[in-house]
Write a protein that binds this ligand. Structure first.
Ligand code: ZN
Length: 160
């Protein structure tokens, strides 16, 4: 009896460790991933509903969902979500005007654009997933490249 009791006692830490590992994996799956998924809404008033988006540096990739809760079509009040260096937003937006709506008002294959959704109209949404591995330490901003919108529709993108 004594031997059996002793075996059981020795096994308890291993048993607890096993339970802790399973629990930690569960927490990681349930909690860590949603932090890497961000949402932003736009509207017919030419506004984003957030002026700042923050994601943890531990994210392997970030998934952004852009929604448009207005009613106006993309040709009149279209919005997209574009990520770049904060200082490049105005220049990219200006260059995007000539590219037209068919190119989502963005210069084609422009290396300054780190991520972008398509231009959407009221009631629509779009999702973009991108890696942040090469973006850490940069002064990042996001904006809408629809002509005339960058002055108001912009914000800070923070990796911390
Ligand atoms: Zn816009």
């Amino acid at each position: 009896m004594k031997v059996r009791f002793s075996d059981l006692t020795l096994n308890m830490p291993a048993l607890l460790l096993g339970t802790a590992c399973v629990f930690a994996t569960f927490i990681q799956t349930v909690v860590a991933e949603p932090a890497c998924e961000v949402q932003i809404d736009s509207n017919d008033m030419m506004q984003f509903d957030k002026s700042e988006l923050t994601v943890p540096a531990s994210c392997e990739s970030v998934t952004l969902t852009l929604t448009h809760s207005g009613k106006l079509p993309a040709a009149a009040m279209g919005h997209n979500w574009v990520l770049s260096e904060y200082s490049e937003m105005q220049a990219i937006s200006s260059a995007g005007i000539a590219a037209g709506l068919e190119n989502n008002y963005l210069p084609v294959d422009d290396a300054r654009v780190f991520a972008a959704t398509k231009i959407i109209g009221g009631g629509e949404s779009d999702v973009v997933t991108f890696s942040i591995a090469d973006l850490k330490g940069k002064d990042l901003g996001y904006f809408c490249s629809f002509p005339g919108h960058v002055g108001i529709m912009k914000g800070k993108f923070i990796i911390e």
